[in-house]
Design a protein around this ligand. Structure first.
Ligand SMILES: *Cc1c(COP(=O)(O)O)cnc(C)c1O
Length: 357
């Protein structure tokens, strides 16, 4: 599949943000976006880059009624020597297709998808901020677009890519967060859509997040939906613990999102000689470790923050502090290593960074 990407440039380019410390996350969008349409008769067609703006949608469109939507999130960075790179974009593209398969949405050719990312990022390269920690966040999304209320697998779909310049996640330093372990709501169940990056998972997770925020917590730690006992993820990040020298992260049971940062951390930690175990870990085991002093570190992993140290955990009225509420050495080293590779400060020996231009 190699469609021609038709480019229509905006005649009204927007002013680029001048204060890179005020970018925030996902609030500003670039001048252009990518769109293409899928129909059974034609396959993917009408690949185009057009001025950024509203997308017309039929009121009966599948996505509005039955939630057929998946997305991805990745970043394009300006490296120290001025190259523009993306971190492991093929991993995002493969995961997009895995998510699509789960939601009966059409597959996209991997190489063509990378070409879409490259073409739009190169066109928008002046929107990529310069300060360390900033980037151009790419949000590809794919949704079912049948103009009918009948419930069935999707026949028509739209794929889109929008880009947003984002600020440094840790503009005020890496501060550990307070986490509430959620005992009522669950994010996903085995056999459901937990491993797919779909909007519906997020819709179902908002209530617990709101509740936790009202009580002064930053994020929710999710337990499995069957036994309400095994740790799955933290907010919209994967989670890792260092317990008695061993790195433990929940295994990918189907209800856990297979994070690319998670995978990269596991690979780096194994190379550095840490014992890494992907297995079930119960909340009881975690608190036992917290009580007997063997819970050394805890952190979340994800594209936006890279790593996010956990300083406090709360469950059914009990509170635990991890590493005195400070970022631990392994968490810090992972952050330095991953961002170092991304920013071109550390040699990219694993070919993780893809050069756009
Ligand atoms: C995207 C996402 C992650 C992190 O994945 P990365 O590929 O590391 O960004 C973790 N959990 C959920 C629920 C997610 O949606």
């Amino acid at each position: 599949m190699d469609l021609n990407i038709q480019i229509t440039k905006t005649t009204a380019p927007k002013a680029k943000p001048t204060d890179e410390s005020k970018l925030g996350f996902g609030k500003i969008f670039t001048d252009h976006m990518f769109l293409m349409d899928y129909a059974p008769e034609t396959g993917w067609a009408n690949a185009r880059i057009v001025p950024f703006g509203p997308i017309p949608i039929h009121p009966a469109s599948t996505v509005l009624h039955y939630g057929a939507e998946i997305f991805e999130g990745l970043k394009a960075y300006r490296t120290l020597n001025g190259d523009i790179k993306m971190f492991r974009p093929m991993e995002n593209i493969r995961r997009l297709n895995n998510s699509a398969e789960r939601l009966c949405l059409p597959q996209i050719d991997e190489d063509f998808c990378l070409k879409i990312f490259d073409t739009l990022v190169e066109l928008e390269k002046d929107w990529i901020p310069h300060q360390e920690g900033t980037s151009l966040y790419l949000r590809p999304f794919l949704y079912g677009n049948d103009e009918s209320l009948g419930v069935h697998a999707v026949h028509h779909a739209t794929f889109a890519l929008i880009c947003s310049p984002v600020g440094a996640y840790y503009a005020e330093g890496i501060n550990p967060v307070k986490i509430a372990i959620e005992s009522d709501d669950v994010r996903a169940v085995r056999g459901g859509t937990g491993y797919a990056k779909c909007g519906g998972n997020y819709a179902a997770s908002l209530r617990a997040g709101e509740k936790a925020e009202q009580k002064g917590f930053t994020q929710v730690l999710w337990l499995d939906g069957v036994e309400r006992k095994y740790i799955e993820e933290v907010g919209s990040m994967n989670v890792m613990f260092k317990i008695a020298g061993e790195i433990v992260t929940p295994k990918l049971t189907g209800s856990v999102l297979p994070g690319i940062t998670r995978k990269s951390c596991v690979e780096l930690l194994k190379e550095q000689g840490y014992p890494v175990s992907e297995r079930l870990i119960s909340v009881d085991e975690l608190f036992e470790a917290a009580e007997n002093g063997t819970l050394e570190e805890a952190w979340g992993t994800g594209t936006a923050a890279v790593v996010s140290p956990i300083g406090w955990l709360s469950y059914k009225g009990k509170e635990y502090t991890v590493n005195g509420g400070k970022i631990g050495p392994v968490t810090q080293a992972l952050y330095d290593e991953l961002t170092g590779i991304q920013w071109g400060k550390i040699e990219d020996t694993r070919d993780w960074c893809h050069k756009v231009c």
